[in-house]
Structure formats: C-alpha cells, structure tokens
Write a new protein. Structure first.
Length: 186
C-alpha cells in the first residue's frame, strides 16, 4: 500500500483540525478522558512521533501543548516530516523499532494512517464537523485493522489501547464503522 493511505489520512484530519476554534478546546471528545485540546496534542504530537520512528530516530520526550499555539501549522510540519520519512527509499521494508514492538515500515505506516484518521473522526465528532471522512479510506483502514486488532488489546479507556468493539449499523458511513470497531460509541 505504501505511504498513500497515510497521506490521505493526513489530508482528512488536516481539514478537520483546521476547523477547530479556540472556544472548542475544552469540549469533550469520544475519547472520554480527553477534551479537544488533549486530542489535538495527541494528533499533532503523533505526527512528530511517526516522523521520528520512521526515520529511525528517538522521539522527543517533550510533551508540548500544541493546542495553545499554531496547532494547524504544527500538524502540517509534523505530518510533512512523517510523510517524507515514510516515503524514503526502503522505508516500507525497513524494520522500525517501536515502543510496542518491531515491525516493517509497511505495517507501521498503516497504523499511523489509522491513528491519524480515527482521531480526525474523534475531533470532527467533538467539534460538530461532518464526520463522514474519506469513505474509501475508512473502508480500507477497517479491512486492514480487523485482522490485527485482537481482544487482548481491548479494555477500559486508559487501561487498554482500544475499547471493546461497539455496535454500528452495517449501512452506517465507513468512518463510523471504523470508529465503532476501534471502540468508539457512534
């Protein structure tokens, strides 16, 4: 698949993050323990984390409050660096050493795409923006996530990476179906 799904996830989430106003930073999100500012910090910080990991560097331990500044510009800088790192020759084949295990870049780029995309959905829901994001990408990410997300990774928020799969109508938008599979109430 390469870097293209990640680029699409970045574009989708960029459109949503660009629609967030300062007044919305304290709103709740589908991630119960996070408000919009926390979600923005995770999304933006994630881009810099993906860039570092894909480049073979150690990610920064700093946890800046991106939501207090130009979070759109920071997102663009981080995602541009991440796309460039994943697009380097050999990056898809290279073993990337992540905090949760080693894997080829071709697997990690899809994790990065799913993370970026689903948190864009979270942000859209929290801020009242349209959440039917890139239906074809959402469907592809769901197909890719199904075989990798085992029940051992699911549990209560804050204690597990993903919540239990939630019910969702089979004719719901693909982004909602992905969100429900990843543990969001839709």
């Amino acid at each position: 698949m390469g870097v293209e799904p990640f680029e699409r996830a970045v574009r989708s989430t960029r459109a949503v993050i660009g629609g967030v106003t300062p007044e919305q930073l304290t709103l709740p999100t589908p991630c119960a323990s996070w408000q919009v500012s926390d979600l923005i910090n995770h999304i933006v910080g994630g881009q810099f984390f993906f860039a570092a990991m894909a480049s073979g560097e150690k990610p920064s331990r700093d946890r800046p409050d991106f939501s207090a500044g130009d979070f759109v510009g920071d997102f663009e800088r981080g995602s541009t660096a991440a796309i460039a790192a994943f697009d380097e020759p050999g990056a898809m084949e290279r073993t990337m050493h992540l905090p949760f295990g080693d894997m080829p870049g071709s697997v990690f780029v899809n994790i990065a795409a799913t993370d970026t995309f689903i948190h864009g959905w979270d942000l859209a829901k929290a801020t009242g923006q349209p959440a039917d994001l890139d239906p074809d990408l959402a469907a592809a990410l769901l197909v890719g996530a199904r075989p990798f997300l085992s029940d051992s990774l699911r549990g209560p928020e804050g204690k597990a990476s993903f919540g239990p799969e939630q019910p969702c109508a089979s004719d719901a938008p693909h982004a909602d179906q992905l969100a429900a599979f990843l543990g969001r109430v839709v």
